[in-house]
Design a protein around this ligand. Structure first.
Ligand code: FMN
Ligand code: ATP
Length: 141
């Protein structure tokens, strides 16, 4: 049984999220997803939807076995509990694979790090939360 972990903000779900999570699910037998707490999203605007709502939406996807809210302070706490064989980073996530791998080793967590593929979205599709929000502002404000 290969246990896989994916993670992200997942604010306003779109086909790019489904692509990432399907890619991650295909790398093992069981997919756990860690949904970042809004308070920890500091590299882009804060999510629109609450922590609980984002977790429930991810948990409802067919490819996901279990979605968890992230830990408020220590990202390795949920990893230690889930004990995955693979952590799959999104194609554009800012985390550095080698630094993450070495931090995992330092914590005594035996797990490899992979990257999901990018997706070519059809031209008419908004495959980014930031772009969906921009479109809402443009059309409704
Ligand atoms: C291995 C790993 C574990 C993570 N665990 C948590 C966590 O426990 N709590 C949390 O708030 N965020 C967690 N994150 C999410 C990051 O803090 C970051 O906010 C997230 O990668 C944002 O992704 P996005 O830019 O794809 O939306 C984790 C990230 C990684 C790579
Ligand atoms: N179009 C896409 N193709 C492949 N992967 C995607 C795509 N969109 C999102 N993902 C993956 O899902 C992860 C989690 O998505 P996230 O919640 O950051 O949404 P986002 O739509 O990329 O957000 P934003 O537009 O605000 O940066 C991303 O880090 C990315 O790796």
């Amino acid at each position: 049984m290969t246990v896989v972990v994916a993670q992200g903000t997942f604010d306003i779900l779109h086909p790019g999220h489904v692509h990432y999570l399907s890619d991650a699910a295909a790398m093992g037998d069981r997919l756990h997803v860690i949904v970042a707490r809004g308070e920890n999203v500091t590299h882009k605007p804060k999510p629109i939807l609450s922590d609980g709502q984002r977790r429930r939406m991810v948990d409802a996807l067919d490819v996901v076995d279990e979605a968890h809210l992230g830990h408020p302070e220590d990202i390795f706490v949920p990893i230690e509990r889930i004990d995955p064989d693979v952590i799959v980073l999104g194609y554009d996530q800012h985390h550095d694979e080698e630094r993450l791998q070495s931090a995992l080793r330092d914590r005594g967590i035996d797990c490899r790090v992979e990257r999901a593929s990018a997706r070519d979205a059809p031209a008419e599709e908004l495959s980014s939360t930031g772009r969906i929000v921009d479109r809402i502002v443009e059309r409704r404000c």
